[in-house]
Design a protein around this ligand. Structure first.
Ligand code: PLP
Ligand code: COI
Length: 353
């Protein structure tokens, strides 16, 4: 399907100082992609100047939360070539989320062309510099104006994006959840639906009041398994093995997670994908065997954890030299691939022309 393009009359790129901080998600580039579903089919795909939406207050998304999203990035290399990182994985996951939320799937080829054309058009917005990137946010909302609690008959699929800095969370201390849950068996944890995130805010705020920066989510039934780190997948190094939980109904199949597992394997790092028990972590903490722990996801890539709290236990992790950490070594490998500084034997890099 051909994408209609309406270019903006004047770029607003001059409003942004690329020499200063670019907080996550604050700046949006000149254009957006928009596609409407109505009468049981997709309409005309368009790239338009970035603009506000006009939708009715009775739109279903506001009442019943039929909303999903993705997060992916474009990177600029030293020769000003632009690359996406595993975009087809994001597209496939988006459609999995769509099915779970009873929304129409977006044709993969059209989605892929839309991302590429949008990034190509707003190429000037892809920042230069290690850690910096153009963050791409595809999302879909149910926009039928009707308050009856049944799936929307109309949807808007959109893609927006803008330049972002590397996220650095600093020394992150995390609380292992012993009451609240992010996801449940049979629920929507594996999907990127908006409600999963809204539901995290309150327990995260409570954890902050207790002096933690974030929450490690545990399984909803027993709170005995560590599952995700805030809005990221969770990994922990005990001895010299890197452990992460298997993906499930409750755990998002993170693209950074699976990239790390592949790279770790190829770097000779032992990995273990099996349920991580809180008791085992507490025991390992007592014996001083936890060497590092981190969250991983597109936005932050790898976000090291400095301490884990669980009920009366507080496990401060050692401060390893950065060249000794799996986190730092793997992060550099990912950056090298993303910024086209090394060969990409996996075919993860995808050039935008
Ligand atoms: N887990 C959750 C709940 C997330 O929202 C994300 C972010 O997308 C991730 C994990 C990491 O996934 P990815 O590496 O694909 O960004
Ligand atoms: C990630 O990309 O790591 C995310 O979790 C996206 C987030 C802003 C919801």
């Amino acid at each position: 399907m051909k994408i209609e393009v309406e270019k903006c009359a004047k770029t607003k790129i001059g409003d942004i100082d690329f020499g200063s901080a670019m907080p996550f998600g604050k700046y949006m580039s000149d254009h957006m992609f928009i596609l409407k579903w109505e009468n049981g089919q997709w309409g005309t795909p368009k790239i338009e100047p970035y603009h506000a939406l006009s939708i009715e207050p009775s739109s279903k998304v506001f009442h019943y939360g039929q909303a999903i999203f993705e997060g992916m990035k474009a990177f600029r290399d030293a020769n000003d070539k632009i690359f996406l990182f595993r975009p087809k994985d994001n597209i496939a996951r988006f459609n999995k989320s769509a099915v779970r939320m009873n929304m129409p799937e977006v044709p993969e080829d059209l989605f892929y062309d839309a991302v590429k054309q949008l990034v190509a058009l707003d190429k000037a917005w892809v920042p230069r510099g290690e850690g910096r990137s153009y963050y791409i946010r595809p999302f879909m909302i149910g926009c039928e104006p009707a308050l009856n609690a049944v799936p929307s008959a109309e949807y808007l699929f959109m893609i927006i994006g803008g330049p972002v800095d590397a996220i650095f969370h600093g020394d992150v201390t995390v609380k292992i959840a012993d009451h609240f849950s992010r996801a449940a068996n049979g629920g929507t944890g594996f999907a990127k639906c908006s409600g999963n995130y809204g539901g995290q805010f309150y327990p995260s705020t409570l954890a902050k009041k207790e002096g933690f920066q974030s929450v490690i989510w545990t399984d909803d039934a027993t709170h005995t398994h560590l599952e995700e780190a805030g809005q990221m997948n969770f990994m922990i190094r005990i001895g010299d093995t890197l452990h992460t939980a298997p993906v499930s109904d409750r755990i998002l199949d993170g693209i950074t997670r699976k990239s790390i597992l592949q790279l770790a394997k190829d770097m000779g790092i032992k990995t273990d994908i099996s349920p991580i028990l809180v008791d085992d972590v507490v025991e390992a903490g007592k014996k001083g065997e936890i060497k590092e722990a981190f969250g991983c996801g597109t936005a932050a890539v790898i976000s090291p954890i400095s301490a884990l709290g669980y009920k009366e236990h507080y496990m401060k992790l050692p401060k390893l030299q950065s060249e000794e950490t799996f986190a730092e070594r793997i992060r550099q490998r990912i950056f090298d691939i993303q910024y086209n500084r090394t060969a990409d034997p996996y075919g993860w890099r995808d050039e935008v022309l």
